[in-house]
Design a protein around this ligand. Sequence first.
Ligand code: ADE
Ligand code: ZN
Length: 337
Amino acid sequence: TLLHPFLESLPKCEHHLHIEGSLEPSLLFELAAKNNIVLPQDDEAFESQDALQARYKRFTSLDDFLHYYYIGMSVLITPEDFAQLAMEYFQKAAKTGVYHAEIFFDPQAHLERGVSYSTLMEGFTTARYRAQHELGMTTLLVSCFLRHLPPTNSISVFNQPDVLKSYRAGQVVGIGLDSSEKDFPPHLFKDLYAMATTLKLRRTAHAGEEGPVEYIRDALESLGIDRIDHGLHLADDEELMALVAKRGTLLTLCPLSNVVLKCVETLSDVPIRKFLDAGVKFSINSDDPAYFGGNYILDNYCAVQETFDLSIDEWKTICRSGIEGSWCTTSRKAEMI
Ligand code: ADE
Ligand code: ZN
């Protein structure tokens, strides 16, 4: 687009990026070989990188994608694997003008397959240190809990001594809620979020991606969240949309993700214009870029520009909302504005 250099130069914050979703097929196969991980042999998608990329172009739903996402992350074993994964993302992000990234990770998905929490923390800490010192980029970690598992499992993981320690040390600043949305309403995780509130952790949750707008209302009412991940269906309820605008709650939109996972038919169905006009604050993010055609944050910005033809002032508003809605220090925010 004409505005590409402008969009690239904007001080961008990324708030919705599953680090496991940045696992490129090339690294997936490389780590599988290194760690002797046997990928499913009854699925021809795993026969080659090209076959896998082709399969990624045919996702039919969130759950269809999640099936590949959980298999993909099974190649991550050592602290070095997690450090490499995160560092490769940080490098790509920094190159396209991301100043600050708050990344999600799914501890339960790794613990369930025998990878310890300290392995994740060690790898992410290495990468975060390098991002700060080599790229001048600030980063934060947000621990997501899986809604397809019993809420009791999320509570026992949350209360593991090493997990509590990562909160106290400020290594992890907040919690989120992700994975399959339909049939897993937010209030099921009320107790988990009450504990996070007690510990003064930041709180967000995926809501209204595949699920209905009622799940957004439920997440706001039951979980005490200060952010909404996706919130695509917020535009279905004018009254709730006005309330979210008034409260200044940030939505972390992922426009290309919504297209690839068939949550919308085309990008023009993402209610960007409605949100701008209603004064709803949002940031634009990449979600799981390695699974969505290698489209990172700037690709999302450019696609939104192609479709909605926003003004320079509107782009500045979007970036300012992102900075102000970030969970970094006030002084870091001041540096970015
Ligand atoms: N986990 C990784 N990406 C996700 C998404 N887009 N929605 C829900 N859970 C996810
Ligand atoms: Zn997501």
